[in-house]
Design a protein around this ligand. Sequence first.
Ligand code: 6CS
Ligand code: FE
Length: 311
Amino acid sequence: MNDQYPSRYVSAPQHLPRYEPVAWRPWQPDAPLSETLYRQWCENGFLQLDKMFSSEEVELFRAELASLASDEAVLACEEAITEPDSGALRSLFAPHRHSAMFSALMTDKRLLNIAEYLLASRVYVHQARVNFKPGFHGTGFFWHSDFETWHAEDGLPRMRTLSMSISLTDNHPCNGPLMLIPGSHRTFISCVGRTPRQHYRMSLKKQTIGLPDANSIERLATQGIHCATGGAGSVTLFDCNTLHGSADNLSPFPRSNLFFVYNSIENQPVNPFASDRPRPWYIGAREAIEPLCASCPAYHQLARRPAQRAG
Ligand code: 6CS
Ligand code: FE
């Protein structure tokens, strides 16, 4: 397949135009977003929707997260990624595989209706993860485009993918909130440096390959940097190609976010464009891909019961 977004096998950074629309259909009055928010999405490449989930729902999500994070069987899975230095839990990929509640949350109509609208198709989850970013020990994520990785290492062909980050804790300026560069979604930055074998074993702890050069980041950041602070229960949507990152969390307060990556059912992965083989199932879905159906889950009935410890 022709690679419209060459990266990692280039000898110098390149700025390429985005070929795909940011929103795949025009705004209409029956849209699940106001016209103002729709225009902000197209213009900036991200949106913040405050208080999408109630404090009661957030409490249920946080209890579920605490149950996962204290379950030895879950922590022993390869989906559980620890911080490079402290060993603290950094991310848990595919949390929906361990939690009926998070599996139901992926299909919540408040999320799915927006994803289907903006991508103008049925959708499925390419990747789900919790980034824990614990107090004092949670380290950051350098500036990057998710699409660059999902194209290079997972084989997603087109920019028809968006992330929804649900804040499970308050995101303050001091605890390493997500930062995004408005307008950066319209430019694809080719990164220099070939993908190492089994790169994910290192990159999910600390990414060093597939990162844009400082000059490119500076050129795209001329309109400033947006800090996605907000209360627990708010949702930040960002386009797959919007440059984003976050700093270390030096505060005592955790910054835990649950991410769902919604990909159009029309944009299923092919062979990776810059890696010798695809990444594992828990990082990039490849098998048995089915479109999700919107739902209104009763979260209070879905709390997990960790596997009973052997008596
Ligand atoms: O490699 C990935 O897919 C992950 N890495 C980052 C820094 N963001 C997107 C995703 O979670
Ligand atoms: Fe990212």
